[in-house]
Design a protein around this ligand. Structure first.
Ligand code: HAM
Length: 426
């Protein structure tokens, strides 16, 4: 019997994993520049956190959570996203009491959703996300959006579309909600079963329905932007003007509602417009969630953040044919011939590695020609050849693979020689 990985998951193998590392490194570098600090929370949490945090009426909570009982009969869920966990940790660890506010956090890690797998939709996927807690300044909304855009752009994506919307404050949303109920009630029997429930639980979600999206009432549905009160409208205007200040282009889409319950004011998504990208074009999404910290048991605290999956990032890079600068060179490959040379070569190998070089050798007792082939395959810059004759003379041959030049140096001088050569070439 052979085993296969579960549907919707993937193995990321050497050759591919280097691309992930480049994205992760770049994300971390930008977080340092913007002063966001890493937070690591558990992969599973109490189920209630997501019911409360993400929202009972969302697809995530209704249909997509991996929920199980542990041996102590606790209801636990593999995290479907990072915001609820981050806010839980923020409250539990009283980060709101720290002197430096807002609290600016980021995470990179696996999330789990029981969705129908397809290109760009996995059951386990890796999200990079940031959350800024404790500021109601629209400039931080713009900062969060700018960081996401900068990450995509610095790694080479060009065909991006940033879509922003405002969902307003509580008062504006209530007015919009009433208008939506009024609008959809006369035709509710023509909409899907989910939407018939949504009109009771969360009418905004109807606008996000995949089944009913072509129903004619969708196009004429009341727009949130017509229901924003003065304060909400001003907030949105400010976010847009700060984006303009940073030369971040955007489009306003009043139908953008997002699939999670906690949003208010700013909501945004970044899409790929690369030709042939596929059906799912959203690369990342986020928004403001004032009220969530209170819902999770903390003090009244505003918050804003976004998340993107690395899977979709890589698909977008592929669609735009961007090659990430994956480095697969080895500084040195050690070739040895004869049993007697082994000890000496191992001690030199160890010395070179301790000096910070990337070094490898043969462990399969291959012939010299095959060892040279391996050095080639590994893109070694220098090949160190130690045979029994050299050993007797206390020397080693060092070949520069780019120029083909070969020199003989004393074994005890080999490390310094290679270091000097590499320094010169860098
Ligand atoms: P979300 O829109 O549910 O928001 O997910 C954010 C991103 O995660 C998506 O745009 C996509 O890149 C990725 N993603 C989601 N589901 C999948 C999947 N099944 N397969 C591959 N990628 C996926 C959130 O999760 C919010 N927590 C974002 C946020 C942070 N809002 C405020 N702060």
């Amino acid at each position: 019997m052979s085993f296969q990985i579960p549907r919707g998951t993937q193995d990321i193998l050497p050759g591919e994993v280097e691309k992930w590392q480049i994205i992760e490194e770049k994300a971390k570098e930008l977080c340092r520049n913007y002063n966001y600090h890493e937070i690591r929370t558990p992969i599973f949490e109490h189920t209630e956190l997501f019911q409360r945090g993400v929202g009972d009426s969302t697809d995530i909570v209704q249909k997509e959570m991996y929920t199980f009982k542990d041996r102590g009969d606790r209801n636990l869920t593999l995290r479907p996203e990072g915001t609820a966990s981050t806010v839980r940790a923020y409250v539990q660890n009283k980060l709101y009491g720290e002197a430096q506010q807002p609290t600016k956090l980021y995470y990179i890690g696996p999330m789990f959703r029981y969705e129908r797998p397809q290109k760009g939709r996995n059951r386990q996927f890796v999200q990079f996300g940031i959350e800024a807690l404790g500021s109601n300044d629209p400039a931080i909304d713009a900062e969060v959006i700018a960081l996401a855009m900068q990450l995509y752009q610095e790694l080479g994506l060009k065909h991006l579309k940033l879509v922003v919307n405002s969902l307003g404050d509580k008062e504006s949303r209530q007015a919009h909600k009433d208008a939506l109920v009024k609008h959809f009630t006369p035709v509710i029997s023509e909409l899907c079963g989910d939407c018939q429930n949504r009109i009771e639980t969360n009418p905004l979600r109807i606008l996000d329905c995949k089944k009913d999206r072509d129903h004619e009432t969708m196009k004429t549905a009341p727009s949130i932007l017509d229901y924003l009160n003065d304060e909400s409208r001003e907030f949105f205007e400010n976010v847009k003007s700060y984006l303009e200040e940073m030369d971040v282009s955007y489009e306003v889409d009043p139908t953008l509602v997002r699939g999670l319950d906690y949003y208010n004011h700013t909501a945004f998504e970044i899409m790929s417009e690369a030709p042939g990208f596929g059906a799912i074009t959203t690369l990342s999404g986020g928004g403001r969630y004032n009220g969530l910290v209170e819902d999770i048991g903390g003090p009244e605290t505003p918050g804003i953040g976004f998340a993107m999956s690395l899977e979709r990032f890589l698909l977008a890079l592929e669609a735009e044919q961007v090659e990430l600068p994956v480095q697969t060179v080895l500084d040195c490959y050690m070739i040895t011939l004869g049993e007697k040379t082994k000890k000496q070569s191992i001690s030199l190998l160890n010395e070179l590695r301790k000096a910070g070089l990337q070094v490898d050798r043969d462990y399969l007792d291959k012939k010299m020609k095959a060892q040279f082939k391996a050095a080639d395959r590994l893109n070694a810059r220098y090949v160190l050849v130690l045979g029994e004759d050299e050993l007797d003379k206390g020397v080693i041959n060092i070949k520069d693979m780019a120029s083909g030049v070969q020199v003989e140096v004393k074994i005890e001088e080999a490390k310094d020689y290679v270091l000097k050569q590499l320094e010169g070439g860098r």
